[in-house]
Design a protein around this ligand. Structure first.
Ligand code: ATP
Length: 454
């Protein structure tokens, strides 16, 4: 596993992730995915959708708008209380989250999530928790800072309405509960999934793409009967874990972390944490949300959210088990998990990204041994690119070209040599073992398909 600096450097030089608006000296904590990174992230999103929609018969996808009626955020509680406790250092004018300052200082001996603002202020004063930037202990009081970005809509100054960029995708699933249930003739229990952008004016963004102000979430809300909800919560805990293993995570780098402080409506909540180079941090959340969300939307919209059970004729508002994971935070974990600086026999070193073949940006690289073999190589490239993302490289020694593919995690390199012209066979080099086998061009598509199955 590499540290964030090494990974960020590799990401920039190899086309995974670039700093946002770089030619204008950037915009802090914004990042753009490059040609290689967009493939990786899309493959991760596709793998998630496969697991939580395609292979889950009772789950349906939606793609809701980022802008929603502002009453949605009143109902969800975001307007009133989606905030972080911020403190400003009077000396160097930097802004910090009080809970984070305590967390770092206390090293697990106290839990700031269980403290009121006053208790946090008291802890910081008593323990002389100082500013990590300038080392002084001269803080403002804590103020709650709402994390929603707002903008206004309307064509005239007077007629403008305040609207928000959604801070989570979940509400798009909740407000469409009845639409999905009726249009798909869905019976409880069933799920609604969505992948989309969310925006948060974070107090302390940073650590490469770990915490950003614009990010994508992959969320799945499972609507179920209250009496089955705790059992279903356990099922989703396991499903979330299994998904991570299926795309190549080592279970030693993952752990469950139960929440100490539960929302008043929740019966249980936990995160799955990943061992990032900065330590154990949240990768995704699984939350038992009771019937809070649908009840609140019923209250604020005045529309009934009651579900009529066709078998028992019971009417009830379903409970929700929510599973939420950031696509960017997961992509960063995948990059950390895949990164290896390997020393080879003979003392040579290489950087290799061991992506699971199913999510690797390119499945195959086609490499002609010499430039005068490029016509045949391009023929193979054209054939394979009908099925997979394939890259082509004819510049430099074959050894250097293999290394370039290792660094972007291409699982298979197909080399075209003079025998290819004679008997239509190629060599295939495996990224991880570096072993090579010879195969007919006609067998290539099947071979690659087998290797990338998951
Ligand atoms: P954290 O405690 O890290 O702020 P959270 O508990 O606020 O996260 P949720 O609101 O449960 O997070 O969001 C679900 C998921 O969305 C998180 O598990 C994470 O993967 C992702 N996520 C949340 N905030 C950000 C962010 N600012 N940047 C990138 N990903 C994020």
């Amino acid at each position: 596993m590499g540290d964030f600096n090494k990974i960020a450097n590799l990401c920039k030089s190899r086309g995974f992730i670039f700093p946002g608006s770089e030619i204008y000296d950037g915009l802090a904590n914004t990042w753009d995915y490059g040609p290689v990174g967009v493939e990786l992230k899309n493959n991760i999103k596709r793998a998630w959708w496969k697991k939580f929609v395609q292979e889950a018969p009772a789950s349906y996808g939606v793609d809701a708008d980022i802008f929603m009626n502002s009453k949605v955020w009143d109902a969800s509680g975001h307007t009133a209380s989606f905030s972080d406790p911020k403190m400003d250092c009077k000396s160097c004018k930097t802004r910090h989250r009080a809970d984070n300052l305590i967390e770092v200082h206390a090293k697990g001996s106290v839990n700031p999530d269980l403290m009121s603002n006053e208790e946090m202020e008291q802890y910081i004063a008593e323990h002389k928790v100082c500013c990590p930037k300038c080392g002084r202990c001269d803080w403002t009081n804590i103020r709650n800072f709402n994390l929603m970005f707002s903008t206004s809509r309307g064509v005239t100054e007077e007629g403008q309405n305040l609207i928000y960029l959604r801070p989570e995708t979940a509400q798009g699933e909740f407000v469409n509960f009845l639409n999905v249930q009726r249009s798909m003739r869905a019976k409880v229990p069933f799920g609604i999934a969505q992948i989309g952008k969310a925006f948060r004016n974070e107090v302390t963004p940073g650590n490469f793409t770990f915490r950003t102000i614009e990010f994508e979430q992959m969320e799945h809300q499972w609507f179920c009967k209250a009496e089955n909800s705790l059992e279903d919560y356990e099922v989703y805990k396991k499903k979330a874990w299994d998904f991570l293993l299926s795309i190549g995570f080592n279970s030693e780098n993952l752990r469950y972390h139960d929440h100490d402080k539960l929302a008043h409506y929740a019966k249980a909540a936990c995160d799955i944490q990943y061992k990032y180079p900065i330590g154990w941090q949240e990768l995704n959340g699984i939350h038992h949300r009771g019937d809070w969300d649908l009840s609140r939307h019923q209250e604020y919209s005045g529309k009934s959210m009651l579900y009529l059970d066709p078998y028992t004729n019971e009417k009830y508002i379903p409970n929700v088990v929510e599973y939420s994971i950031g696509a960017d935070r997961l992509t960063l974990a995948v990059l950390c998990e895949a990164y290896e600086e390997e020393t080879l026999e003979g003392g040579d070193t290489r950087v290799v990204m061991h992506f699971h073949p199913a999510i690797a940006p390119y499945k195959v690289a086609v490499l002609p041994l010499q430039k005068n073999l490029s016509e045949k190589a391009l023929e193979v490239y054209t054939k394979l690119s009908k099925y997979f993302m394939v890259t082509y490289d004819e510049a430099g020694s074959i050894g250097k070209r293999y290394r370039r593919q290792d660094e972007i995690g291409t699982p298979m390199c197909v080399t075209i040599d003079f025998d290819t012209l004679e008997n239509n066979t190629v060599t295939i080099r495996d990224r991880d073992t570096m072993e090579q086998i010879r195969l007919s061009v006609d067998e290539l598509v099947n071979y690659v398909n087998q290797k990338i199955a998951y």
